[in-house]
Design a protein around this ligand. Structure first.
Ligand code: HCA
Length: 376
């Protein structure tokens, strides 16, 4: 199996989704559920943001979960002090390393920032914290500087080096090559944090894992800044199906997704992979006929694996075999002519942009029985 661990950042980067705030109780609930799935590291927050954020991080630390608890800190003493006060296991000390960010945000050189950051690595390790030494906007930073930064961080005791594709500007092949190059000289495990600006966050995360990255950052439902982050459920399914990683309890994913949907107010799209309402819904007659013979034909992994279930939807693409199956499973038995009539009506109605809800179907069946003669 791939040698990886997950650091879920729903409670930190997920909460940076515009308009999203979690209460302390909501954060605790999400953290417990992540722990039950077997997530190794939970990034609980950014304590220097506010007193209540600090309180939430402390509360999550106080749960004594199996998951290790991490928090974010800029490379300033007050942020690291806040992490020390929260008694987290890991502090992620980050600074932006690209020329653009250095110029706009800090007005300092990369070397000056590195020196400041390394002092904070010393400070955090002296206080007993494990350090993740992280580059923001790493994907627009020179590889040679990243190598220098990561090696120096590791020499000063950082447990991890971390690479953020902050603006989601990478493709999976670029990510693969970059991770391969970086890990050649690395003295500690590499973490990957991907944003979804081009819709590549999950793909990039998986590519990174295949190229040798160890800690993968995710958020539930892929929430996060702008277009979000790599989604936990997609990454875990890919790790199971492609990476041979089978230690996570995926059956709890659907429930966790609904919990985060409720607390965040960010609706999961119907067609979202793994946890969307339609992730295991089938309409095409061709598909349903085959699925009835063998589910592998159109389900790459069983819905039950992630706590979901298969649905057949009626619409303009419905076929006879699927319809017969649905009608019979509702306890009706219709003649061939009646099924043909019903199929016709379903196509007409759905082409008029109306959905065939269970109620509509039942009334269509009753109508069919009357007009075509009851053969039951
Ligand atoms: C941010 C920081 C970060 C990375 C955090 C980390 C990013 O911009 O909010 O290094 O773990 O996307 O660069 O989330």
């Amino acid at each position: 199996p791939l040698n990886v661990e997950i650091c879920d950042v729903t409670l930190r980067d997920g909460e940076q989704t515009p308009g999203v705030t979690f209460t302390c109780d909501e954060k605790i609930d999400i953290a417990r559920k992540l722990n039950e799935i077997g997530i190794e590291v939970i990034e609980a927050g950014f304590p220097s943001v506010s007193e209540s954020e600090k309180k939430s991080v402390k509360s999550i630390v106080g749960l004594s979960l199996d998951s290790r608890i991490c928090c974010l800190a800029r490379c300033v003493k007050s942020d690291v002090d806040a992490a020390i006060e929260c008694d987290v296991d890991i502090v992620s000390i980050f600074f932006a390393t690209s020329d653009l960010h250095l110029k706009i945000k800090y007005k300092k050189t990369a070397e000056e920032m590195l020196e400041q950051a390394l002092m904070m690595v010393d400070y955090a390790t002296d206080h007993g914290l494990s350090v993740r030494f992280s580059s923001e906007d790493a994907s627009r930073t020179s590889i040679s500087f990243l190598k220098e930064m990561y090696v120096q961080g590791a020499m000063r005791g950082a447990m991890y080096s971390s690479f953020a594709d902050t603006v989601g500007c990478m493709t999976p092949v670029e990510m693969y090559n970059t991770v391969q190059e970086l890990t050649k000289d690395l003295k500690n495990p590499l973490c990957i944090h991907c944003h979804n600006d081009m819709g590549c966050a999950t793909a990039n995360t998986i590519s990174a894992a295949q190229a040798g990255a160890f800690q993968l950052h995710t958020t539930v439902n892929g929430i996060g800044e702008r277009a979000g982050n790599a989604s936990l459920e997609e990454v875990l399914v890919a790790l199971r199906m492609k990476g041979g990683v089978d230690r996570y309890d995926l059956t709890k994913l659907m429930d966790l997704s609904k919990t985060v949907e409720k607390y965040s107010g960010i609706k999961v799209p119907k067609i979202k992979a793994v946890v969307g309402e339609h992730a295991f819904a089938h309409e095409s007659g061709i598909h349903i006929a085959a699925l009835l013979e063998d589910r592998n034909t159109y389900e790459y992994f069983p819905p039950e694996m992630v706590g979901g279930e298969q649905h057949f939807i009626l619409g303009k693409h419905t076929g006879r075999k699927g319809l017969l199956h649905i009608v019979n499973s509702l306890g009706y038995s219709l003649s061939d002519d009646q099924i043909n009539h019903l199929l016709q009506r379903i196509k007409e109605i759905s082409e008029g942009k109306c959905s065939i809800t269970p109620k509509v179907l039942l009334s269509l069946i009753e109508e069919t029985k009357k007009t075509e003669g009851n053969k039951i």
